[in-house]
Design a protein around this ligand. Structure first.
Ligand SMILES: NC(=O)c1ccc[n+]([C@@H]2O[C@H](COP(=O)([O-])OP(=O)(O)OC[C@H]3O[C@@H](n4cnc5c(N)ncnc54)[C@H](OP(=O)(O)O)[C@@H]3O)[C@@H](O)[C@H]2O)c1
Length: 346
């Protein structure tokens, strides 16, 4: 829970959670921690072996093993048809009920210098990080918003006296995307990856505003809340893969980065969701940088908004120097080592 004074805005006990990318890293740890809090969990990924292992690990954390249920689905979530299939399989498995929470956690990074990046990588990054969210959001929101509203409209049409809808007491549904530090601030070597994560944040901001339309039009249906979690650097398969292609220059620019184990990152992400945050930073540095570029994003209530705005004024000034320092590093690197981004061999 956010704090002992505040209400838990993300109750999961007895609820059903779908996590894409739930077989390893952040998604797996989030699944385990949500199982420990009483959730039924379905994980999605492409490799069967890691899904089987993942479900075993998550189910061992179940708070009530006799009632909680766990499942996996093999799918590549970069296509709309696969996302729609996943959602419909989850509904069948869940005895006809839609999942209450969907966390789009799958993703990957290919951080290379722009002109050295094979052009197809730009599409791959958008598919892996952005379109996986777009298609899953489209599939689940159509079920949460359209099917329920259509069913209600059909009942109204057949009844003589349309009744005024009463506000629901059902807990909100949650759609969660996964961003990155580079959703807010990018630097040399991240051109293939950062636009896909910045786009996720834009999708989250605009969808969150659209949800007000449905909440106002259908107060008797559970509200849909949008969130984006911004993980700190975590030593996972994704990081190993990206470090294989990352230049020495980009690695040097990242020095001093805060590294969190995926279980700690998941714990902080869930704590942020429980305290009602819409944009959920998982480290102080991500929070600080986020405050300088909040724009029209939801700031999380009066006090959090005030603290973020004050911090944002300071960070905006600090970022001028950060940018200047990074530009200086890049220029120095070019002068000493050339333009490959790799250390010059003696
Ligand atoms: N690690 C970091 O430092 C870091 C930092 C910031 C943000 N993030 C973001 O945090 C999220 C989780 O990262 P992680 O480091 O925990 O990753 P990870 O351990 O490499 O796990 C990635 C998960 O996504 C699945 N996946 C990847 N592509 C998929 C696809 N097309 N369809 C279905 N499943 C797919 C993988 O399984 P299969 O390979 O079997 O499909 C795996 O379950 C990602 O969105 C990542 O961009 C990570």
């Amino acid at each position: 829970m956010g704090s002992f004074l505040s209400k838990n805005e993300f109750p999961v006990d007895g609820r059903t959670v779908l996590i894409t990318g739930g077989s390893t890293g952040l998604g797996l740890n989030a699944g385990r921690q949500l199982a420990e809090k009483g959730a039924n969990v379905i994980i999605v990924a492409r490799k069967l072996g890691s899904l089987e292992e993942g479900v075993r690990y998550i189910s061992r954390g179940a708070r009530s093993p006799e009632t909680q249920r766990f499942h996996y689905i093999v799918a590549d979530v970069t296509t709309a048809t696969e996302c729609a299939r996943v959602v419909s399989e989850v509904i069948s498995w869940n005895n006809g009920a839609a999942p209450d929470i969907v966390w789009c956690c799958s993703g990957s990074a290919h951080p290379t210098l722009y002109i050295d990046t094979p052009v197809e990588q730009f599409q791959t990054m958008m598919d892996s990080n952005y379109f996986s969210c777009v298609y899953m959001a489209h599939a689940i929101l159509n079920v949460w918003l359209r099917s329920a509203a259509d069913a209600k409209a059909a009942i109204k049409e057949t009844s003589d006296q349309p009744k005024k809808a009463k506000p629901t007491s059902l807990p909100a549904r949650h759609l969660i995307f996964t961003g990155s530090f580079v959703s807010f601030y990018s630097f040399a070597g991240f051109t293939p990856y950062s636009p896909s994560k910045a786009a996720v944040r834009a999708l989250s901001d605009s969808l969150s505003q659209e949800m007000n339309l449905y909440a106002a039009a259908h107060p008797d249906l559970p509200r849909v809340r949008l969130h984006t979690v911004f993980p700190a650097t975590m030593p996972t398969q994704s990081l190993e893969d990206e470090n294989r292609v990352k230049t020495d220059l980009t690695k040097s620019l990242e020095e001093g980065d805060q590294i969190l184990k995926p279980e700690e990152c998941a714990r902080r992400a869930i704590a942020g969701l429980e305290s009602g945050e819409e944009l959920v930073p998982t480290s102080t540095i991500i929070w600080a940088v986020m405050t300088s570029v909040m724009g029209g994003s939801v700031r999380g209530g009066f006090w959090k908004g005030l603290a973020g705005t004050l911090a944002g004024w300071i960070t905006s000034i600090v970022m001028i120097f950060v940018r200047w320092e990074m530009d200086t590093k890049v220029r120095k690197w070019g002068a000493v080592h050339g333009s490959s981004g790799m250390l010059k061999k003696e």
